[in-house]
Ligand binder design. Structure first.
Ligand code: PLP
Length: 430
């Protein structure tokens, strides 16, 4: 009997791990070890030569990390995944795995500020050019592409504009040119599966919804396994030419016995090995715990967010609310084409009273936490004009979609009446 594929709610609990092979433990154990005893000289030699798969050293692999990697790969419909120390490490490795000094990649302008800095400044210092293009014009990605372009990059639901990126359209264009689209899906786990829309790889800051409780930093990279690197060999020398850092391995060949995982295999065995942004068994455990209830939490986050957006839109002190549930036209059509089961729980709104109203609102909140984070089970708020965006000029702030009276919310899973009461009370003071 063939069984139907499992649903996300089930994969979140069962994916990638049945029981601990050593103890039969049902919860994923925290394998707090740096190293693993080799059975014999031959066993060690085989592991290093990739003739056999197994544990060598926790910077490279660990059974707790492995359970998280398998589970997220299953949830995303990917071939394999890699857990790393942070979302920043995930974005860094996702690009450096394909792009080297003298190369370029094309990226949406609508990015998390940390990613923007990484791309515009740190990568530039490394001789890598990030070409920024307007995400509302898919053809802009093609126009910015040349023979040195190794990847395209975007976020599914970028803050603060919260306009869903046209993943399907851009990914298809990229595939026609032999360029993979890498998508940061941090703001939309479960409600969007970028690989289903043609992305080649997905990254997460698992610090956010996946961890879900504001307890641990982490990042994930998922290899879709559907991009044919060898078919565009000239574009991807790092994957298709002998790698001097791994005794001449050609990653597209070396991966063959293990499946279509050249991208993630190379990332683990070169970038994670050399740059060392490994996660920890404890943090991986926390993010496995988070994944187990992610379907329930995402539903609650999204349901609350729609109600908050409607409430704010009716409020006399609010000039504008930014949330996909309130969008119309093309933006809404893109949201509906890419998101299932909710519109996410990030939201922005503009206070008519401008900067001072924004500050007064934040100071009056009692339930919402005032933090520089998103995706916690608790409701969070920040006033970008006086914090994350304070170094930008007024014009630059507006270009990123942030006005003086703009407030960002990350709606949590508290009872909706308590969330609305806190907002109502703070708006009175704004
Ligand atoms: N990507 C997005 C969309 C984010 O919001 C963040 C952090 O806020 C990151 C990446 C970076 O992740 P981390 O803080 O885990 O390094």
């Amino acid at each position: 009997m063939t069984r139907a594929p499992l649903h996300p709610e089930t994969i979140a609990l069962h994916g990638g791990f049945r029981k601990d092979p050593a103890t039969n433990a049902v919860a994923v154990p925290i394998y707090q070890t740096t190293s693993y005893q080799f059975d014999s000289a031959e066993h060690a030699a085989n592991l290093f030569a990739l003739k056999e798969l197994g544990n060598i050293y926790t910077r490279l692999m660990n059974p707790t990390h492995d359970a998280l990697e398998k589970r997220i790969a299953a949830l995303e419909g990917g071939a394999a995944a890699l857990a790393v120390a942070s979302g920043q490490a995930a974005a860094t490795y996702a690009i450096l795995n394909l792009v080297q000094a003298g190369d370029n990649f094309v990226t949406s302008t609508d990015l998390y500020g940390g990613t923007w800095n990484l791309f515009a400044n740190t990568f530039k210092q490394m001789g890598i050019e990030a070409r920024f293009v307007d995400p509302s014009d898919p053809q802009a990605f093609a126009r910015a592409t040349d023979e040195k372009t190794r990847a395209w990059y975007a976020e599914t639901l970028p803050n603060p504009k919260l306009q869903v990126f046209p993943i399907a359209e851009v990914a298809a264009l990229g595939r026609s040119l032999g360029v993979p689209l890498i998508v940061d899906n941090t703001a939309a786990p479960l409600i969007c599966r970028p690989l289903d829309h043609g992305a080649a790889a997905v990254i997460y800051s698992s610090t956010k919804y996946i961890g879900g409780h504001g307890t641990a930093i982490g990042g994930l990279v998922i290899d879709g396994g559907t991009f044919d690197w060898a078919a565009h060999a000239e574009r991807f020398p790092l994957l298709t030419q002998p790698d001097p850092s791994y005794h001449g391995a050609v990653w597209t060949e070396a991966a063959k016995p293990m499946g279509p995982i050249a991208y993630i295999l190379k990332m683990r065995l070169t970038l994670l090995r050399d740059l060392g942004a490994a996660t920890t068994p404890f943090n991986a455990f926390l993010h496995i715990q988070g994944l187990e209830t992610l379907p329930l939490r995402m539903r609650a986050h999204c349901d609350n967010a729609v109600k908050v957006a409607a409430f704010l839109a009716r409020h006399p002190k609010v000039a504008k609310v930014i949330h996909p549930s309130l969008q119309t036209g093309e933006a809404r059509a893109r949201a509906d084409a890419h998101l299932k089961g909710g519109y996410g729980a990030l939201m922005g709104f503009e206070l008519k009273g401008g900067r001072e109203a924004g500050r007064a609102f934040i100071d009056a909140l009692e339930l919402f936490y005032h933090v520089a984070n998103i995706g916690d089970a608790r409701s969070l708020a920040i006033h970008p004009a006086s914090t994350t965006h304070s170094q930008l000029s007024a014009e630059e702030q507006l270009a990123t979609g942030v006005s003086e009276g703009y407030v960002r919310l990350s709606i949590g899973i508290e009872h909706i009446d308590d969330i609305l009461a806190d907002l109502e009370h703070a708006l009175e003071k704004a």
